[in-house]
Design a protein around this ligand. Structure first.
Ligand code: ADP
Ligand code: MG
Length: 705
């Protein structure tokens, strides 16, 4: 590609948005808060979805979870107050079915509009509600009784909202920016060979199709995100993220790390354990040992299902650091989890005369100073804690291994912050950094791991310790809820404990907390002989922790909770879990939740309560849960089943959110991405840089850190 031509395009794409008519400083500032400052940022502000307003769907034909446009006559209006103000409008049509429109935020004028008999056209995604299907906050308009309002002729793009810039203005601005797309292919960064091989359009064509789908376009493909134009953009976006991670890895490996060879302590610990390591644990530990022995930093992710025994592997790795006279740190995302690690590690290591220190937010005052002192002097050989470990003021004498548990709960940046606690942590060029071991109980399929963790090596503990009794899983319709009260009563009468998990999808913490509160009150009444506890996200941390601790100590029989209990909690005596609205949760989350039971020797069960009607997808998910306990199988199934945008978002992968790509949907592109990434890094690093800059932009700032 001739560089001069590219130079011109490059300038054009970097032109500030303020060059567009109608963009003053105020709008520019709003756009900048979302990282939109140059023309190309507007080109790449891609529709999140499309609304198909070219047809009307009869109310009777609506399907839960499938967005549609409907038209009907207002039959009834109800204004109420349940947890918060609410407006419900029932509309009916010729198909003799009723649909409820539900609003939580509304003005008086809106209420007045919905007079019985008024005709409404609305668009949204119906979900099962109390009285059949309902749409929460549909987009709608009222139709005058004279004119038949025409239907749209093409798909309407829906853009990710930007605060302070209305959807109509945003659409207009993007239109203006698109008018300035260069006519030639000077923007193109992908080699023509790959576009030909995959039959993908040019960047210009792809952008125009995605932003302005024409009437003849393949609507179904666009709505599903599988149109060649979308795949072309997804390929480039995946490539950009992949390159940015690989660049990060290269930067990492330019650092040095202490080579930690043999460890007699690790052997000693292994001999003293009350159990034999599983084959998978041994294999993964051997992989870690090989990494640690090198003078470059280890960057290894250990994936292992809940209960697969990751902690002990981490402890063994830590022995290599201690044996070399250096330190190891283990960081967990919650205090409860960190405390659990602390007590395990103390149990294993103190008999070997290894000093294990504890650092969390609540360690304050004199105690804190003492810990900081021990960490700085090296007196503390292993340090366990929460985010508090990363804070300024925490200085290690010689940190050689940084272990991060449940890595999906932390961002990439936090991981790096712990790394920077290493010996030469001042960032002075070729400094010595600690080895890094990150652990996750959210297995993701191999293909995804390659893309999501291109900066890490991946090991899998794919075997559970022997002697676990698998959890019996059943799916029950919510109507059978009363039977469960009996079931809880009898489980607790035998000295067991139970979880009742409240979930809702509509969606605010507040509503879920309310539901949990209500369930808590109901169950407390019905099970008056039992000690019932409650935890939800709206409670103070200290309150939450106190309740969790009481449950762990057996002072609570039944714990009513929201999904805050998802991660890491180990209460082997709990043998029954009930999950409400299970049909609305993704497989990964259901699996995580279920992992809280079946940790002891008693037979455990998990009841998935659902509300009819079940969508096809929900049916298959519940079926999968009944059939398997293997996190890797579940992850594969998840990938196969899940609709766009459902799971495995930023939180799980540690990746920034994608604009167009979807790791699951576009998984088949990943081998290409990998190959192309290698090619570009070797042959055309400047093109690689530009692809990263175009898609990852500001987020790549951290990459070189
Ligand atoms: P996770 O991988 O979910 O973090 P843990 O490390 O908490 O799992 O281990 C779960 C339980 O299994 C702990 O009580 C641990 O001591 C025990 N455990 C670990 N490895 C083995 C093994 N090889 N045999 C028997 N029990 C084991
Ligand atoms: Mg764990």
């Amino acid at each position: 590609m001739p560089t001069r031509k590219n130079g011109v395009a490059f300038d054009l794409q970097k032109q500030p948005i303020t060059a567009l008519a109608g963009v003053g400083p105020r709008v520019a500032e709003k756009l900048a808060t979302r990282g939109l400052s140059a023309l190309q940022d507007l080109w790449l502000h891609l529709p999140r979805q499309y609304e198909d307003r070219t047809t009307l769907t009869p109310i009777r034909a609506l399907q839960p979870g499938v967005a549609a446009q409907v038209e009907g006559t207002v039959e009834a209006v109800e204004r109420g107050f349940r947890y918060r103000p609410m407006l419900r409008v029932a509309i009916g049509d010729d198909s003799h079915a009723t649909l409820v429109l539900r609003f939580f935020h509304f003005r008086a004028a809106q209420v007045a509009q919905f007079a019985p008999g008024a005709r409404v056209r609305c668009y949204g995604t119906p979900r099962p509600g109390q009285h059949g299907l309902e749409i929460v906050h549909p987009s709608y308009r009222l139709l005058g009784d004279d004119a038949e309002a025409g239907l749209g002729s093409a798909l309407d793009p829906v853009y990710p909202a930007i605060e302070g810039v209305g959807p109509a203005s945003l659409r207009k601005l993007i239109g203006l920016a698109l008018d300035r797309l260069p006519q030639d292919d000077s923007l193109e960064l992908l080699p023509p060979s790959i576009r030909d091989a995959l039959q993908l359009p040019s960047l210009r064509e792809a952008l125009l199709t995605v932003h302005r789908p024409q009437a003849g376009e393949d609507v179904a493909a666009l709505l599903a995100g599988r149109h060649p134009a979308q795949r072309r953009l997804a390929l480039e976006e995946l490539l950009a993220h992949h390159l940015s991670l690989r660049r990060q890895r290269l930067a990492q490996q330019a650092h040095a790390a202490p080579a930690l060879r043999k460890s007699s302590l690790a052997l000693k610990l292994q001999k003293r354990l009350p159990f034999q390591l599983t084959g998978a644990q041994q294999r993964v530990f051997a992989e870690i040992q090989a990494d640690l022995a090198k003078p470059t930093p280890m960057l290894r992710l250990v994936q292992g299902d809940v209960g697969s025994g990751k902690t002990v592997v981490a402890a063994l790795a830590a022995m290599h650091a201690v044996d070399a006279g250096k330190q190891a740190a283990l960081m967990a995302p919650t205090e409860l989890l960190a405390e659990q690690h602390l007590s395990n590690l103390r149990g294993w290591l103190e008999p070997l005369d290894i000093r294990v220190a504890w650092l969390a937010g609540k360690v304050t005052g004199k105690a804190r100073s003492k810990v900081l002192e021990d960490v700085a002097s090296g007196e503390a050989q292993v340090v366990v804690g929460t985010h508090a470990l990363m804070q300024a003021g925490v200085a290690f004498r010689d940190l050689a291994l940084a272990i991060v548990d449940e890595q999906h709960r932390f961002g990439v940046h936090q991981r790096l912050a712990l790394r920077d606690k290493g010996t030469g942590g001042g960032g002075n060029g070729n400094s010595i950094v600690p080895h890094q071991l990150v652990m996750t109980a959210t297995p993701i399929p191999r293909t995804l791991a390659m893309a999501a963790y291109a900066d890490l090596d991946v090991s899998a503990i794919d075997e559970l310790p022997p002697g676990r009794t698998p959890v019996q899983t059943v799916a029950l319709s919510a109507e059978r809820r009363p039977e469960l009260v009996e079931r809880i009563r009898s489980a607790c009468a035998e000295g067991r404990q139970a979880y009742w998990v409240c979930t809702l999808i509509d969606d605010s913490d507040e509503v879920v907390a309310q539901a949990a509160q209500t369930t808590f009150e109901d169950l407390s009444k019905q099970l008056s002989k039992l000690r019932v506890g409650l935890v939800h996200g709206r409670m103070k941390t200290t309150e939450k922790q106190a309740t969790m601790r009481a449950f762990k100590e057996g002072a609570i029989d039944l714990l009513v909770a929201t999904t805050v209990i998802e991660v890491g909690v180990d209460v082997p005596n709990a043998s029954l879990m009930i999950i409400e609205n299970a049909e609305r949760l993704g497989l990964a989350q259901l699996h995580q939740l279920r992992g809280r039971v079946g940790r002891g020797s008693a037979a455990s069960s998990c009841v998935l309560l659902y509300r009819s009607p079940l969508s096809q997808l929900a049916k298959q998910r519940l079926e999968t849960m009944r059939q398997t306990h293997d996190g890797f199988v579940i992850a594969e199934k998840d990938l196969e089943l899940r609709g766009p945008g459902e799971l495995l978002g930023t939180r799980q992968t540690g990746l920034a959110g994608f604009r167009v790509a979807d790791l699951a949907r576009d998984a088949d592109l990943l081998p290409q991405v990998h190959q192309l990434g290698t090619h570009l890094l070797e042959r055309a690093p400047d093109v690689a840089e530009r692809i990263i800059a175009r898609w990852v932009g500001g987020a790549a700032r951290y990459a070189a850190a």
